[in-house]
Design a protein around this ligand. Sequence first.
Ligand code: NAP
Length: 309
Amino acid sequence: MSTKASHSIGWIGLGRMGEAMATRLVKAGHGLSVWNRTASKADPLAQIGAEVVTDKTAMAHCATVFTMVSTTDDLKDILFGKGGVLSSNARPKRVVDMSSISDSGSAEIRKGLTEAGVAYLSAPVSGNAKVAKAGKLLVVASGPKAEYDAVQPLLAALGRSAMYVGEGELARIWKIAHNTMFGVIIQSLCEITLLAEKAGIPRHVFLASINDSVLGSMYTRYKTPALVNLDFTTTFTPKLLLKDMELGMGAAKALGVMMPTASVTRDSVLALSHQYPGDIDFSVLLLELARAAGMTLKSDNIEVSDGLK
Ligand SMILES: NC(=O)c1ccc[n+]([C@@H]2O[C@H](COP(=O)([O-])OP(=O)(O)OC[C@H]3O[C@@H](n4cnc5c(N)ncnc54)[C@H](OP(=O)(O)O)[C@@H]3O)[C@@H](O)[C@H]2O)c1
């Protein structure tokens, strides 16, 4: 049992993303103290040399605490809740939150941390756990520039690059915009794949051609194996995608920006999240849209590259 983290870097949240990202820091040679609500998820980190602490308050002794949890409320709970990081007199120098949360929630967290004398960086990411493992994550940060400069080498070690976009919660807006497009693209990719398949083009052939066209991207390539082989092993759940589409719609309303395509996609993801509320990948959207198109899909059952090697 540890009451004081022994490393200067702490990591809270070892879900799909957090585990992959914390692992990269350890493998890059950084000493890391970790905490996760479900303690067993820290085992893989312990095996590669991270210190596992059993009490979040131990993290207040780190200079830098990274957080990667689900929602704004979870982050508030971890920092300010009962037994939270700030519940003792000790304070970290800074918190770097990498979760996908709202800009308004993030601003409240910044206020609370600033009042407690703790600096705060918003640092969401682009890419899933597989992308993180492959070292291809993009980190986009906002907040005090000096704080960004202080942790830039750590952010860079997490993926292929880190970018600073400005003060305050601008990185949240970046992520909200990014994930709105993330939803719209999977909706469109599923729709056109079904269109092509119903007309007679095999799914793997159609997706290979899109990936090789001007429309192909890292995203369309890494979702291709799931769509071809109907392998919906979770990378990101319908529920988390719905949260992000809702954040997109909220930002659109607040800023007075019309987003008709995103709005339709949000409704589609809402229906998907009712149909698949649990632990399944959001690309299961293909099955839902197939059902609506009167199609019953079979796995193509062939090995296809995810483009990440
Ligand atoms: N998966 C992706 O492709 C992806 C990509 C980019 C960004 N993101 C964002 O990254 C964040 C994490 O996503 P994920 O896919 O890693 O989710 P996940 O696998 O569900 O992990 C969520 C993590 O948050 C912890 N957590 C949630 N509520 C908590 C609470 N109240 N107190 C303490 N710990 C709590 C969970 O602890 P337990 O283990 O105890 O449940 C777990 O460690 C989300 O904001 C998501 O939108 C995800």
